[in-house]
Design a protein around this ligand. Structure first.
Ligand code: SF4
Length: 491
């Protein structure tokens, strides 16, 4: 059997996924931009983690794995203490150990992850490495997972010992050894039957621990699960979704009246079944009247760094690099302000300074899902003491445009039970969907995040173009808020 550790963990999630990867890869969805970004982050974190184990030697990557295995053996023979990407094969199972610590006749293995915690699937990942090494006759002393510590706050210098958590998983991994032979023979049986695709039902395992790249195929093509189904009932949870699916219920219209759900889920289902729009006019009027003018519509764009490059930043902290601000006067006149950070510098100070210039004291600032904007502003206030009072004033006077939708005061079936702006905007202001689609290049927040994060590797001309796209995109976000509010005022 030819199996790598990534194929092993794939099969642990679902053996059909392994079979498809081997024999029908054309049905798998190729990795999108964000999956590629996660992969790149993994590489950066992996390289940095090696510095924790200084003085080691790396086994250069080669398509010829025998060469990598031979190099590994040579490095062991030469007495190298830390070997990065140490490669082994036992019975067709190929593993590359991120960091192998060789001490005398004992070895310890380290698996590096760019996430911020330990997950069960990592134990399977380490356990197959342990299995291979143990069967090759190594005495495996310990096994570790190295992951990013998101409570680390960077000082002037990067402190690798603080940036990473090294977790001893030896005990858990040893406990898993017993099950590996039966897993392997199960996977082998599936793979031996090349003609017949495994008959495995869809379920929770399609999303966890990873979103399966065969979902489009298994769900949409094989089982005709529509775009909107019981799997989209807001916050219903996988267990209940599967419960309905196992009863043969896919269409929301078929959800039984007595099916146990929260009041919000029930009302979303009822709303969908009735096909009617529900508007609580009094509550919406109260919300609109609670806003003072001029009103400041604010939207931040942020990005994250797995490895913090600037002082005072934690791994994966949201770093604001851009905002758009539409100031709406009581007569409907709009003014627009914006900020977009320079490349390669910590954007926070310049952004905070301009924000307090653009938003005066004693005004209402409106955001959609304001907890995000509030979180950004609070962190800026903590960072910059001299601006703190003004920033916290903005923070205290924020209002949330999401409230009427979250409280179900305005519900239409096309919102699909959600109050996310992704659903609310096309339901209320359909023409804006087109406006986003007509934007050149950047059309959503994650594209904006990636575009800004990669600006430093672009040419001057490309940077100019991307900056134009970022500004156009963010401006549309706050303009969309103005339009949503206008619709609410019209009810
Ligand atoms: S989509 Fe689900 S059933 Fe299909 S291969 Fe993936 S995990 Fe297995």
């Amino acid at each position: 059997m030819n199996l790598s550790k990534s194929l092993y963990t794939r099969a642990i999630q679902c053996p059909k996924s392994l079979w498809l990867k081997k024999y029908k890869p054309e049905v798998l969805t190729p990795p999108d931009e964000s999956a590629k970004a996660v992969f790149e982050t993994g590489n950066v974190v992996g390289d940095l983690a090696c510095e924790l184990f200084a003085g080691g030697k790396e086994v250069p990557y080669s398509k010829n794995y025998d060469e990598m295995i031979a190099t590994t053996q040579r490095l062991i023979d030469e007495g190298v203490e830390y070997i990065y990407e140490a490669t082994f094969n036992y019975g067709g199972i190929l593993v590359m150990v991120d960091v192998l610590h060789v001490k005398g006749c004992e070895v310890s293995l380290y698996e590096v992850k760019s996430s911020t915690g330990l997950k069960d699937i990592y134990l399977h990942d380490v356990s197959i490495q342990y299995y291979v090494l143990a069967h090759l006759g190594f005495c495996v002393k310990e096994a570790y997972v190295v992951h990013v510590n998101n409570s680390y706050l960077r000082g002037d210098e990067l402190d690798l010992k603080e940036l990473f958590c090294v977790v001893d998983v030896s005990e858990e991994v040893r406990a898993l050894q017993h099950d590996i032979p039966s897993h392997l023979s199960e996977f082998k049986a599936y793979l031996d039957d090349k003609e017949n695709e495994p008959d495995i039902e869809i379920g929770k395992h399609c999303k966890s621990p990873y979103e399966c790249d065969a979902k489009e195929y298994c769900w949409k093509i094989q089982r005709n699960i529509p775009e909107y189904s019981v799997f989209n009932i807001f916050n219903l949870g996988s267990k209940k979704q599967i419960e309905l699916y196992e009863q043969g219920i896919v269409d929301i219209k078929d959800v039984p009246e007595d099916f146990a759900m929260t009041p919000k889920q029930s009302s979303a289902v009822q709303n969908y079944k009735s096909g009617e729009t529900h508007i609580h006019v009094k509550a919406i009027k109260e919300f609109c009247e609670s806003l003072s003018y001029p009103l400041y519509h604010l939207d931040f764009e942020t990005y994250q760094q797995a490895v913090p490059l600037f002082k005072g930043i934690s791994p994966y902290q949201q770093i604001p690099f851009q905002y758009s601000l539409h100031v709406e006067h009581s007569d409907g006149v709009l003014e627009h302000y914006e900020f977009l950070a320079d490349v390669g510098v910590d954007p926070r100070r310049a952004l905070a300074e301009q924000l307090v210039k653009n938003i005066p004291l004693h005004v209402n600032t409106l955001a959609y899902n304001m907890s995000f904007e509030k979180g950004v502003i609070k962190r800026l206030a903590e960072q910059f003491e001299d601006l703190s009072e003004h920033l916290m004033h903005i923070h205290e006077n924020m209002k949330d445009l999401m409230t009427p939708f979250q409280k179900k005061h305005f519900v239409t079936p096309s919102m699909q039970g959600s109050y996310s702006i992704k659903y609310v905007l096309p339901a209320l202001v359909p023409e804006f969907e087109k406006a986003y689609k007509e934007l050149e290049g950047i059309q959503n927040g994650s594209q904006a995040m990636r575009a800004f994060a990669s600006l430093h590797v672009k040419s001057e001309q490309e940077q100019k173009e991307i900056r134009k796209q970022l500004l156009a995109y963010c401006e549309l976000d706050t303009l969309a808020m103005v339009k949503i509010l206008k619709k609410l005022k019209e009810v």
